[in-house]
Structure formats: structure tokens, C-alpha cells
Ligand binder design. Structure first.
Ligand code: SAM
Ligand code: SF4
Length: 321
């Protein structure tokens, strides 16, 4: 099992398969994707990574991006991750642009769960956040995913100027729908300082509002990660709160990240990614495992976001959140 010097265990890998994205989310890529074509991880490299991590106790892989559904070989990537011994759960974070059309292929390939970004249930506001008029199609894709038995979480980034007064609309949506709606505090990145200053809101008042309205915080296992979860007897759905600025957020860190160009990121806001591609050239998972174990000793106890220190992370499309 991968474990760091603070006793944290890492059974969860976030694997970015591209940094290209077709959306222009105001907090992430407001001017659209500006990168040049890069050589993203290949199928043999993804195979080596998956086997190396599974051999070290990783049981869950989240495929992310940029927008992972822009990769034409996405079903093969899902299938590869799902087929490796020890991997029990394959998840994906997506803007769901192609979900309505492709969800059947994802399910056939072995996808267990989806995190879908919907920052507003108002189609006009959704359009002004993302640059795309796709809310209706995304909601249809979610219905199909649920019918196919794929677990669904919806990620909504809290933003004062965009969705600050949408709570009742969000709650109405999960009344009869068995999805987890996760409110994520906006994080500052290298590129979004001004937007962050104008839009960051703490999740604490929301937590209080939920508890006052009868939502009960669930006790989660030590390995469950940093999200706080709430349920309510009158709602089919659950609520999650991700508050990266709260005390002790990093104490329950259970994940490592690999960028689409093969860099190991020990923290979302690390100073730099560590190039581990050279350890994949021989397609030997053991070589890569040694590099992973050696580098893990440098993982820090916490990020320094509170001080406005965002490390090498210009925007989360670089890494996948
Ligand atoms: N394109 C996919 C999507 O949007 O779901 C996957 C990549 S995206 C970077 C992963 C998640 O990070 C999304 O839920 C997105 O809303 C969230 N995110 C991006 N930038 C963020 C920021 N500055 N603060 C908080 N969450 C952010
Ligand atoms: Fe693209 Fe996801 Fe970033 Fe939005 S949050 S711009 S969908 S990578």
C-alpha cells in the first residue's frame, strides 16, 4: 500500500488523459483551451500506470482531464482500467458534453460512477458559465446513466456572482433523484486570482443552513476522502461539501494524481509535477512502482492555499481537479 510519512494511505488515483477542453468555465478556462497539441498518455502507458498503482494497493481510478470525453479512445481507456486486477472502481469526471450519446459505451466498457459538473440549473446561467447551451442534454445523459446503474455525483462550484442564490433549485432537483450533489468551494489557481476574489464563498454557511433544515452529516470511514456528506429523510439524493480551505482538509487526503503528460502530482497545488514517463518506457510496472514509492516521501502535510499559494497549478484543467 502506498503510504506517506504522515500515515495517509493512497488507494485512489486521479488519472488525467488529456488537458484539452471544449468548455470555457469562467473559473477554469475563461478564454478557452489555449494549449498546443501535446503527446498525451498512450494506451501502453495507461496500462503500465494502472498495473503499477493496482500492485501498490490502488483500488479506484478516476479518469479526468481537461475533458476526458474528447479522447476518441475513452471506452478503451475505461476498459483497460477496469480490467486490471485489483481495480474495483472506475470513475470519471466529465462536463458530460457527450454523455447523452456515449453513456452506453462507457457502461459497456466498465464505468462504475460519474462525477458531472453542473454549476447552475438555470440554462442561461449554465451557458454563461460554460459557453455551451447543453444543460438539457446533460440532464438527459444523467437519466440514462442512472437507468444503466452508473452512480452519479454532480459537482457544483460555489460562485457568489453565478449560483449564490440557487440553493432551493439545487435541492429540488435531488428530492427524488438518487444522486449526490457536491458543492465545491472555488479554489484559487494561478490564473483566476481576480475571479476568485470576486466569487469565493465559504461552504460553512451552507453547512449550517443544511443542518438547520434537518440534513444530518454522515459518519464516513477514514479512507473516504475529504468531502463531508449529508442526508435527509425526505430526499432521495445526498449532499456533499468540499471545503479545501477548512482546517484538516488535507488530513484525509487519499489520492495521488497523474497529469495527461505523465507527471506525478503529490498535491493538487504542488510546486511541480514529477516526470515519471521515463519509468514507463519498458512497460514494466515494477520500475514505475519504485519511482512512485521514492517520490511519495516528498508529499507535504498540506497545501498552502490559505496563503494564496497555488503552486504550479494555473487552472484545474491541467490536472483534473
Ligand atoms: N472537464 C471535466 C469537468 O469539468 O468535470 C473534468 C475536469 S475539471 C478540472 C474537474 C472538476 O474541477 C470540475 O468539477 C470543475 O468544476 C472543478 N474545478 C475546476 N476549477 C476549479 C476551481 N478553480 N475551484 C474549484 N473547482 C474547480
Ligand atoms: Fe473544461 Fe472542466 Fe475546466 Fe470546465 S471545469 S473548463 S469543463 S476542464
Amino acid at each position: 500500500m502506498l503510504q506517506d510519512k504522515f500515515g495517509r494511505r493512497f488507494h485512489y488515483l486521479r488519472l488525467s488523459v488529456t488537458d484539452v477542453c471544449n468548455f470555457k468555465c469562467t473559473y477554469c478556462l475563461p478564454d478557452g483551451y489555449k494549449g498546443s497539441d501535446r503527446s498525451f498518455l498512450t494506451m501502453p502507458e495507461i496500462d503500465t500506470i494502472t498495473k503499477a498503482f493496482a500492485g501498490l494497493g490502488t483500488s479506484k481510478i478516476r479518469i479526468t482531464g481537461g475533458e476526458p470525453s474528447l479522447r476518441k479512445d475513452l471506452p478503451e481507456i475505461i476498459e483497460k482500467c477496469a480490467s486490471v486486477e485489483g481495480i474495483k472502481h472506475v470513475a470519471m469526471t466529465t462536463n458530460a458534453y457527450k454523455l447523452e450519446r456515449d453513456v452506453f459505451d462507457y457502461q459497456k466498457a466498465g464505468l462504475n460512477s460519474l462525477n458531472i459538473s453542473i454549476d447552475s440549473f438555470n440554462p442561461h446561467i449554465f451557458n454563461s458559465i460554460t459557453g455551451h447551451n447543453k444543460l438539457d442534454s446533460i440532464l438527459k445523459g444523467i437519466e440514462s446513466a442512472l437507468e444503466l446503474g452508473i452512480k452519479v455525483k454532480v459537482n457544483a462550484v460555489l460562485m457568489k456572482q453565478y449560483n449564490g442564490n440557487e440553493m432551493s433549485r439545487f435541492l429540488k432537483w435531488i428530492k427524488d433523484k438518487p444522486v449526490t450533489l457536491r458543492f465545491i468551494e472555488l479554489m484559487q489557481t494561478g490564473d483566476n486570482a481576480t475571479f476568485f476574489g470576486q466569487n469565493h464563498v465559504s461552504g460553512e454557511p451552507i453547512k449550517k443552513q443544511l443542518i438547520d433544515a434537518g440534513w444530518v452529516q454522515t459518519i464516513r470511514g477514514k479512507a473516504a476522502g475529504p468531502a463531508q456528506e449529508f442526508q435527509h429523510p425526505e430526499y432521495a439524493g445526498k449532499i456533499g461539501l468540499i471545503m479545501p480551505y477548512s482546517e484538516d482538509f488535507c488530513a484525509s487526503c487519499n489520492r495521488l494524481r497523474i497529469s495527461s503528460t505523465g507527471k506525478l502530482h503529490l498535491c493538487l497545488f504542488a510546486d511541480q509535477g514529477i516526470d515519471i514517463r521515463p519509468y514507463m518506457v519498458n512497460s514494466n510496472p515494477e520500475e514505475l512502482q519504485q519511482a512512485l514509492i521514492a517520490n511519495l516521501s516528498n508529499k507535504t502535510a498540506t497545501h498552502y492555499l490559505h496563503d494564496g499559494y497555488t503552486g504550479a497549478t494555473k487552472h484545474l484543467a491541467m490536472l483534473g481537479g
